[in-house]
Design a protein around this ligand. Structure first.
Ligand code: AKG
Ligand code: FE2
Length: 210
C-alpha cells in the first residue's frame, strides 16, 4: 500500500504542514475549550527538562500550559482532536513501523511578550519523543501579532499560528523556536512517543533517514 502523502513528507523533509486539520467549526470549538481552561485559572508556568531535571526557565520559555489527561473525560472538541491524532499514530505504526506507544499533550497560552527559545523537542539518544504535533488555535492572527513558529532546520521557515493548522515534525531533528508574540496565542502541543531506550533501536523510517 502507498504511504499517505503526509507520511512521505514527514520522512522526506521532517515536517508536515496540514491546514484545515479538523475543519473550521470544530477548530473553533477546540479553541473555545482551550480558552475556557485558561480562563478557569488552570494554566501553570511551563517548565523545561524532564523528571528530576525539570525547572522553571523563564529566559528559555515563558508560556503557560495545562496538561491534558487522556484517561479523564476531555471536553468534546479536544477529545475529537485526540481521536484524530490517534488515527495518525496508528497509520504511522502501520505504514512506517515506528512503534509509537502513545501521545502526551498540553494546551499552551503565550501571552504578549511570551516566547520559547530555540530547542529540539527530543535528543536522538535516550529520548522517547518521536513526532511533535503543534495545533494552532488563532483565527484572527495578523502579521503584527508575530509569535510565528520559526523552524531553523533544514531550511529557515516561519509558520503562522493560524486556526486549524497542524504541524507535525520529527522531534529529534527539527530545531525550532516560538518567536515573541504580540497577542494571546493558543495551541495544543503534543508528542507521539516510543520506547524509552531511544528511537534508533526501533527501526522504521525515522531511523533510516539519519
Ligand atoms: O507553539 C509552538 O509553535 C511550538 C511549541 C514548542 O516548540 C514546544 O512546546 O515544544
Ligand atoms: Fe518544541
Amino acid at each position: 500500500m502507498q504511504n499517505p502523502e503526509w507520511i512521505d513528507q514527514l520522512a522526506d523533509s521532517g515536517l508536515v504542514l496540514w491546514d484545515g486539520f479538523l475543519g473550521e467549526a470544530l477548530a473553533r470549538q477546540v479553541r473555545a475549550e482551550v480558552l475556557a481552561l485558561f480562563e478557569a485559572g488552570l494554566g501553570r508556568p511551563a517548565r523545561v527538562g524532564r523528571n528530576s531535571g525539570e525547572a522553571l526557565a523563564p529566559a528559555v520559555r515563558n508560556d503557560e500550559i495545562f496538561w491534558l489527561d487522556a484517561t479523564q473525560a476531555l471536553p468534546a472538541g479536544i477529545q475529537q482532536f485526540f481521536d484524530r491524532i490517534e488515527d495518525l499514530r496508528e497509520q504511522l505504526n502501520r505504514e512506517a513501523f515506528l512503534g509509537l506507544r502513545g501521545f502526551e499533550c498540553h494546551a499552551a497560552r503565550y501571552q504578549p511578550g511570551a516566547f520559547y527559545k530555540v530547542h529540539r523537542d527530543a535528543f536522538a539518544e535516550g529520548s522517547n519523543r518521536v513526532v511533535s504535533c503543534v495545533y494552532f488555535l488563532n483565527p484572527d492572527w495578523v502579521s503584527q501579532d508575530a509569535g510565528e513558529l520559526h523552524v531553523l532546520t533544514p531550511g529557515s521557515r516561519r509558520i503562522e499560528p493560524l486556526l486549524d493548522r497542524l504541524v507535525l515534525f520529527r522531534s529529534a531533528d527539527i530545531l525550532h523556536e516560538v518567536l515573541p508574540t504580540n497577542a494571546d496565542r493558543y495551541t495544543l502541543t503534543g508528542w507521539m512517543y516510543g520506547v524509552d531506550e531511544g528511537r534508533r533501536e526501533q527501526g522504521g523510517i525515522l531511523a533510516d533517514l539519519d
